[in-house]
Write a protein that binds this ligand. Sequence first.
Ligand code: MSP
Length: 668
Amino acid sequence: MKDKFYITTPIYYPSGNWHIGHCYTTVICDAVARFQRMLGKDVFFLTGTDEHGAKIEKKAAEKGCTPMEFINPLVDDIKSIWSALNIKYDKFIRTTDDYHVKAIQKIFKTLYDKGEIYKSEYSGWYCTPCESFWTDTQLKDGKCPDCGREVTLEKEESYFFRLSKYTDRIMKLYEDNPEFLEPKSRVNEMVNNFLKPGLQDLCVSRTSIKWGIPVDFDPKHTVYVWIDALSNYITALGYGSDDDSLFKKYWPADLHLMGKEIIRFHSIIWPAILMALDLPLPKKVYGHGWLLIGGDKLSKSKQDKVKYELTDPKQLVSRYGSDALRYFLLREIPFGSDGVYTTESFIGRINSDLANDLGNLVSRTTAMINKYFGGVLPAPESPEPIDNELISIAEGLYDKVVKAMEAPDAPTALIEIFRLISRANKYIDETAPWVLAKDENNKKRLGTVMYNLAESIRIAAVYLKPFMTECPEKILAAFSLEGKDYDTFDKVKKFGGLKAGTKVDMIPHIFPRLDITKELEEVKAIAEERMKREKTEKEKINNGGKPDSGSDKQSEKQEKPEITFDDFSKVQLKVALVTACEKVEKSKKLLKLTVKLGDETRTVVSGISGAYEPEQMVGKKVVMVTNLKPAKLCGIMSEGMILCAEDENGVLSYLSPEKDMPDGSGIY
Ligand code: MSP
């Protein structure tokens, strides 16, 4: 029976804002999965999406759709990115999948019945507009880290997982299994920052968040974040369902790979949950570094720093091919550390490694075999010392690459493979086939040189298969070979497998050399185009779906001319109580509000639908212009205007008197 290998990426948030940094984890996992398959293992590679939580709920509300309507196209989008990059996963889990939801409810109940989860009270800083709780450390200058608004200290009934009781067991886990958490620097981080100070029990349910998995025995609670998200690694295998055969076959995971910012959840919380469930622990958790773009991890707020870089994976793939992007991600970033993406470094890698080293070797060799031997591979004669050096590098590759990929250190594995490629290029210069070709007596030697080059290329191409998915196949095809016949490394461990007499086609440019100046200019133009498009999109959203004419909003934002007190006093402002509120059909932007102004009731249509749900507005006191000439909006007569503040991103916040004032009160 084959050995099994279970590898996972984290499940991705459906942010829709994916950039090449996100692709890093998945590309490495794909390369490792392909590599392990070629070692003859029975591999299961899992990826998916992490679809619950307040943020999604809020974004969907802003778009005027349900969370599922918001998420579904994003899931399609991430799947299309993985397909563009030739990512070959075995399963894609969505945390909204029915089987996952049921399994999480079972896990939660099991933990509760075992006394691992208990009910208590959560206290934290609450941001009302964001409907989010924050801890002291998450606040930014004492304000909500998401929207920058005031927060209040609030309490909420919650369930807690007894994480604190696992402090010693996790410490011992690291001591007894030095390979459990890598790289080593992450162990020190976890021990010093979290284990030594002692773990705190973990809040695992919320009553204030609705978009999530309900706790079935106490449905006003929603399972909160980590039990839901982390358990995907076992529910995807059928744990907690009627058919857990995959779980029995593949669990424990051989490798959980992720970025360093989520290592704590995977190396502390996840093993503690598994311990509480009496389940085996993953063999290895690896926290890789970040791809820094413009010196940053590329969080949404920092994207302006990288405005002249192309960061959209699909755009990069369509421009440079998936192999180029896969190769860059796997080769450029020292494994475990951060690495930097710039257009220059990307184009530089393509030119130096793929176009020059690999491309030239293949084009020169296939051209010479065609020129000197009519495209038919000659048989080799007994090797000379210089041949033996090349042969020994090729035959030594297996151990080196396997050792590197155990880590799994893809850059080192690629460096080893490219050592063979560089040595073969040097071998061409040293053996000077064009000189040998001048003398018919050297024909046999020339044949040996050609054979050794072709065989080195075959071996290198097979080792490259897990890392790049298209060019190795093309190279093998030029030597009348098929990639599918090389589903393991068995046929490349020994030099000499290529048959003399094989037909060899020319491959002139497997990776064409790119003009860096031209690329930089074009990339900048594309990035500028993207920014323009994004701006229009944003304006469209702010403008209820219509592209902005540019005039209204902009003129509103410009500073207005000075007015006299008399001008101002023409405006009648009053406190209004919202007594009813509903969405205006066919409008994404408008809400219809019924308001009470003392004895008077009025209808007002307001463009705040993206910011507030109708039920949020009922019972609120707002500031209203009451003497504005009534106007029809979407067929409804609006008798006034609700005042709102708007930030530069178009986020709206209605104004309300600081104290509870009676409705109808004048504002002066
Ligand atoms: N949903 C959580 C994971 C839950 S796992 C039980 C999450 N999702 S994510 O979409 O934010 O991140 C997915 C992966 O992308 C993570 O491994 C993260 O580290 C990686 N990256 C996102 N930006 C990155 C870079 N700029 N560079 C490298 N990887 C980074 O976290």
